[in-house]
Write a new protein. Structure first.
Ligand SMILES: Cc1cc2nc3c(=O)[nH]c(=O)nc-3n(C[C@H](O)[C@H](O)[C@H](O)COP(=O)(O)OP(=O)(O)OC[C@H]3O[C@@H](n4cnc5c(N)ncnc54)[C@H](O)[C@@H]3O)c2cc1C
Length: 347
């Protein structure tokens, strides 16, 4: 089989790359060994305009949010189903210091933050909730729906191989590569945490972190909002199902769920939520990032044979569409990839 681009991985990065390749009528083939434990299949799907306890504006939020809104709407049209919802985040303040900090941030960032005069929910859904702040717009991507529908589309067109890609079997030629029965001009790696298993990108200071989360059943919590104190509680597509997370661990023994995380989170939830909840599922995955929290995008050389779309850290849902677009534009038209994101910054 001959193709222009071989894409390794169909998480959120590989999905968006495949989308923009298809949009530009570039023939490609995706290899992805479906792994339910990959980051994209464990994530909450939140796109948040502000970050951290200090509510600092997310890197490139003013460009990323409008880009994502249009991109996910177009993706929804292509798949015939909506894959993203717009939500408001409700920040619950249990002490005056947190409320005062948020008020200061409202002055700096009124476009995304607000202290409302009227509260859109009953404060007694939460223990000790004295005041609320609003963060908007935020988006929630339905990752299971998006990934499975894009995969089904690739299957329909015979454009996916659902097996493990073994780098040892890749043969570089003058014109590109041969991999088993596939001949291609370029190869682009969107393989998330598996990047650690190859020494192709040895100069890149990778920073993998582990994230854990829980899926809960909660009845009576309005699902038009996302709720935040130290935890983030976001509604899943199924009625009364919620995702709560997540941890950010630099040191970990394995990539799987731990009893300790479950215990701590249930304890924190009991202190926060004033209505009953049931734990349905526990999730965990490794997110691949970099020390300076910028993605890894680009090609190795002007010939553009080896490409990379990875390092999305905690923000794959907002970074993947934007940088998949940049990567494809760079490949076709030679347009510039944001220097902060171009992985050749490490060359
Ligand atoms: C608990 C948790 C919560 C998170 N919450 C959010 C959130 O709310 N919002 C947000 O934006 N981000 C969130 N993230 C981060 C987000 O999940 C990542 O940024 C994103 O999923 C990375 O996507 P990716 O496609 O680059 O990599 P991955 O999701 O890891 O995808 C890589 C794909 O490549 C495949 N693959 C790898 N190696 C091979 C091989 N050799 N052969 C074949 N296939 C291969 C894997 O099976 C997988 O399908 C969260 C992460 C975690 C862990």
């Amino acid at each position: 089989m001959n193709t222009d681009v071989l894409v390794i991985g169909q998480g959120i990065s590989g999905t968006w790359l495949s989308y923009y390749l298809e949009k530009n009528e570039i023939d490609h083939f995706v290899i992805d060994q479906e792994n339910p434990q990959s980051a994209s299949r464990q994530a909450g799907g939140l796109i948040n305009p502000v970050t951290g306890r200090n509510k600092v504006k997310t890197w490139m939020a003013d460009q990323l949010l409008p880009f994502c809104l249009t991109a996910y709407q177009q993706m929804g049209t292509c798949l015939g189903t909506s894959v993203m919802d717009t939500k408001t985040i409700i920040e619950c303040f249990t002490n005056p210091e947190a409320a005062a900090l948020f008020s200061r941030r409202v002055n700096e960032n009124p476009h995304y933050l607000e202290i409302p005069d009227d509260y859109p929910i009953q404060l007694d859904l939460f223990h000790n909730c004295k005041k609320l702040g609003l963060i908007r717009p935020a988006y929630v991507v339905n990752l299971p729906l998006l990934l499975s529908n894009w995969r089904a589309r690739l299957r329909r067109f015979g454009k996916i191989g659902e097996y493990n890609f073994d780098l040892n079997q890749l043969i570089e030629t003058d014109k590109g590569f041969n991999y088993q029965h596939i001949t291609c001009k370029r190869i682009i790696f969107c393989d998330g945490a598996s990047i650690q298993e190859r020494n192709t990108w040895a100069k890149i200071p990778l920073a993998p972190t582990k994230g854990e989360a829980l899926v809960l059943k909660i009845e009576g919590l309005p699902s038009s909002f996302i709720y935040k104190n130290k935890l983030t509680l976001l509604p899943l597509a199924e009625t009364d199902y919620w995702w709560v997370g997540s941890s950010y661990e630099w040191a970990f023994e394995h990539a799987g769920p731990t009893p300790l995380y479950r215990e701590h989170t249930v304890k924190a939830l009991k202190k926060w939520l004033a209505i009953p909840f049931e734990v349905i599922e526990q999730r965990a995955a490794i997110r691949m990032g970099t020390m300076e929290r910028r993605p890894l995008v680009g090609f190795d050389s002007p010939e553009k044979k080896w490409g990379l779309l990875n390092g999305m850290g905690t923000k794959g849902c907002s970074l993947a569409p934007y940088f998949a677009f940049q990567l494809v534009e760079n490949m076709i038209r030679g347009s510039v990839i944001d220097p902060e994101a171009n992985w050749t910054r490490f060359q």
